[in-house]
Ligand binder design. Structure first.
Ligand code: PEP
Length: 250
């Protein structure tokens, strides 16, 4: 039985006061969340404050990104050891905004996946197709390419300590959500691909859906057999919405 995971990606939003208020709201509503694991991924600069606020609570935290290197002359970057030092559990890698705005290709994403694991962090590997790619019926080939680079670099065993988020790029921050059937089809495809490599790893890995997930569509999405939770952008910035999704996850 896979424990649902609901992870918030705050992106580049909020200041210390916002983060504190948001976390107060989340912590106050935790009693209503039955089985889902919760995590938040704040901007790097807020991680120390988030870590001290969440320490001792069941809510975990992580980075939205990390560098491929562990330390050195890489101005402006934050490394896996630094995230670990501040108690992070997760690191998002390969978010579509990193891929499209910062030129992160599959090879860089695979290196970041390895950098996270090398430092005891669980990577949340984002994959997903653009609108054009879906229109060209290329969804599966895109996902294959994105997964294969990581599989080739680190092997199927590495997915025993990883989360995959299927995030159709056309659904991120647009208010357009994949229908539960569309999302399930891709999730089943991902799990099926992994089954062919290692049935045990495939059965255990959590596959999240991401793309305009909200309290009112979360239950139907997460009820799909291969959807094990959500990676949440906009709705993770309001405690009520984030908790609403967490409750819908069970
Ligand atoms: C995301 O960016 O990972 C995301 C899912 O965003 P939103 O929920 O706002 O679509």
């Amino acid at each position: 039985m896979r424990q649902p995971l609901v992870a918030g990606n705050w992106k580049m939003n909020g200041d210390q006061a916002d983060a504190s208020k948001l976390l107060d709201g989340i912590l106050a509503g935790l009693a209503d969340v039955k089985s889902a694991e919760l995590a938040v991924c704040p901007p790097f600069i807020l991680i120390p404050a988030v870590a001290s606020k969440l320490a001792g609570s069941p809510v975990k935290w992580g980075g939205q990104n990390l560098d491929t290197h562990h330390s050195g002359a890489y101005t402006g970057e934050v490394s896996g050891p630094m995230l670990k030092d501040f108690g992070c559990t997760y690191a998002i890698v390969g978010h579509s905004e990193r891929r499209s705005y910062y030129g992160e290709d599959d090879n860089v994403v695979a290196m970041k996946f390895g950098a996270a694991q090398d430092n005891g962090l669980t990577p949340i590997l984002c994959v997903g197709e653009s609108l054009e790619e879906r229109a060209e019926n290329a969804t599966e080939s895109v996902i294959n390419r994105q997964l294969d680079e990581v599989l080739d670099a680190h092997g199927i065993a590495s997915f025993a300590n990883a989360v995959i988020a299927y995030e159709p790029v056309w659904a991120i921050g647009t208010g357009k959500t994949a229908t539960p059937e569309m999302a399930q089809e891709v999730h089943a495809y991902i799990r099926g691909k992994l089954v062919g490599l290692d049935a045990g790893v495939a059965a255990g890995i959590r596959l999240l859906y991401g793309g305009s997930m909200k309290p009112d569509n979360a239950a139907e999405l997460i009820a799909q057999p291969d959807i094990d939770g959500g990676l949440i952008g906009g709705a993770s910035l309001k405690a009520e919405d984030f908790l609403g999704i967490a409750k819908a996850a069970g």
